[in-house]
Design a protein around this ligand. Structure first.
Ligand SMILES: [Zn+2]
Ligand SMILES: [Zn+2]
Length: 261
């Protein structure tokens, strides 16, 4: 029997971001009012990973990831893998390695550094028995090569903006695609087609806040309370109810991040 969840999970937000420093409590109160019951706060550096663990330790309904974003790959040091390993074993709130991956759009770090740091962290996730949250921008071929090589436990490609034919391998391998408010932007034809094709059983929703606010909040700071807008656009695209999208994506996030209710 299908369990219907009456709550939502924001599977990817950056609560340790400087934009939330002044009013995080108010942000969390609005999330609660909007029925966003649990959140995964995502790290992009070793320093942010420490901040994410602190936030998660403080709030029972917040969990976190630890990892170094491809933008910051050039800052990766020997010993960082050990630091991540210690953080993972030091807190029960750490539920995945991320966000890790490749970003060939901005190229903030040399691509060779990005690949090496992604490979090392993806391998670490496997060794630690944790899933991985992967960031992919204009790098889907290399992401595929590395995932096929490492064979990680489970991966979610977050903020998926890829064409369906470029990510069908993710679904075939049993992994997940996660979508943001970008799907609500009028020009996002490819994303909407990918959403149409992606089975609900392998889909998650996220805000990626404070970035990428969905319509009708576009242009403002994004926050977890707005994740319902992502559920709404997916429901519209797939011709199903918002409750069905909510229920499926909540179930997926619970299983992926090992959450409970
Ligand atoms: Zn990302
Ligand atoms: Zn992110």
């Amino acid at each position: 029997m299908r369990v219907l969840y009456a709550v939502m999970i924001d599977s990817h937000c950056h609560l340790a971001d400087a934009q939330f420093v002044d009013d995080l409590d108010a942000v969390l109160t609005r999330a609660k009012k909007a029925r966003v019951d649990q959140m995964i706060t995502i790290a992009d550096s070793i320093a942010e990973a420490e901040a994410c663990v602190q936030i998660a330790e403080k709030h029972s309904h917040i969990f976190c990831t630890i990892g170094v974003h491809p933008h910051n790959a050039k800052e990766w040091k020997r010993g960082d893998a050990k630091t991540l390993q210690e953080m993972a074993s030091g807190s029960r709130k750490v539920r995945a390695i991320g966000e890790i991956g490749l970003d060939y759009h901005y190229d903030h770090s040399p691509r060779s550094d990005q690949r090496a740091v992604f490979l090392e962290q993806l391998t670490l996730s496997r060794e630690l028995g944790l899933p991985a949250v992967v960031h992919c921008r204009e790098a889907v071929k290399d992401i595929e090569t590395i995932i096929r090589e490492v064979e990680p436990l489970q991966v979610v490609m977050h903020c998926c903006t890829e064409k369906w034919e470029d990510v069908t391998w993710m679904i075939e391998l049993g992994h997940f695609l996660s979508f943001t408010g970008i799907a609500t932007y009028p020009s996002s034809h490819d994303i909407r087609e990918t959403i149409k094709q992606c089975p609900l059983e392998q889909m998650m929703i996220e805000t990626d806040s404070p970035y990428l606010a969905p319509v009708p909040h576009r242009g403002k700071r994004n926050e977890p309370a707005y994740v319902v807008e992502v559920a709404k656009i997916i429901a519209e695209i797939k011709g199903v109810s918002v409750a069905e999208v909510d229920s499926a994506t909540t179930k997926n996030a619970i299983e992926f991040f090992g959450l409970s209710f």
